[in-house]
Design a protein around this ligand. Sequence first.
Ligand code: PLP
Length: 429
Amino acid sequence: NTDLHPPTTATAPLVDGPALWPAQAHTPSVLGRQLVIERGEGSYIHTTDGRRLFDGTAGLWHANVGHSHPELAQAAYSQMQRLETYHTFARFTNDQAQALGERLASISPIERSKVILNSGGSDAIDVACKLARRHWQREGRPSKQLILSREFAYHGLHAYGTSIAGLEFNREGYGTESLVPETARVPVHDADALERIIHEIGADTIAAIVTEPVQGTGGVNPPAPGYLDKLQRLARENDILIILDEVITGFGRTGTMFAAERYQVDPDIVTFAKGVTSGYAPLGGILISPRLWEPFYRDSPDTPVFRHGSTYGGHATSAAVALAHLDLLEREQLIPRVRELETVLDQQLSALAERNSAVQDVRVAGLLGGVTLNENLSAERVADEIIELGFISRPLRGNTLQISPPFIISNDELIAFVNAIDEAITTEM
Ligand code: PLP
């Protein structure tokens, strides 16, 4: 716990820099060497100092259709000219949010879904956890409050996301172990350990288990064979809700619209963000199963209210952009294309692991790849070297490099990216 760490040396000189505080950074290490992006163009971005870089991470796993698509810019412009937004509280709503709700329900992996819209993935996690806890309160089982999450999990950094973080550094230093105290973490791939923990803690205290189908920030960890099946069985046997965090995987990243389909999970809540608009407008939300929404939809004076909402929940411009984006995804057949690219990525990474002795492990799921390096190399330094070669990767937990380019890339671009990773590793060896 960083609370126990000594205070920072007050005598160290201040590093001056721009007013904007860089996120998730040891500030003295990044100030003076930040890449300022001013323009995007499909799978490439341009910096203010004149570099053109292949965006091998699609930003923060968001730019699935690539950058600066004119059709999506036009959707935002047209909508803003008509109506920027109108809130969706009580009797009010707006036509774009309504239409997006219908569209998402029609592609949801949950049958007869209802939808709550908000501003991003961290928001989505907060409302998902609140709804899970509210469910058990309303069912007259108020002891079921605890939220289980997995080791190395990343669920954003709002209060719940911080509390359930399986990446411990994201939880440290806020004065208590969690901002929301009723949370606990389970091992990443071990379903038997999950079973033991549920029995130790007591299912009558557990509201939900939150899991990414493929862990992203934790190092690109696809589920171990059988893990999600067993998680699902345990959840059902023990009356524990499943919150599937599809903030990265939703809208095609693993080759199906939702990873729930690929891995045959039947969740109670799905969280989404990023890929719903490919990042063209801030938007996230949850898909909700009938078991959870029906009690709030009964025609009775004592039907409860779900107390949640925000000014931008159902933002009309974000919703209009999402609708145009889903059209584009379908028209360009980008999800089947992810399945083709998966085969190429799989071959390329297997070959890389084979030929480069500094590569410890590689993992692929759809157009998500992780390259884990031997301990004597630093993924952070290799990622810097990759940038020098004109490509972007990113160091993740576990000395791993992130591969998650836009869905629009060619086979040759993917091969060139993997070759650049290979070259950067070899330079650092
Ligand atoms: N959940 C997962 C699995 C994520 O990867 C992220 C962000 O990377 C979030 C939640 C948080 O989303 P946001 O950054 O939009 O708040």
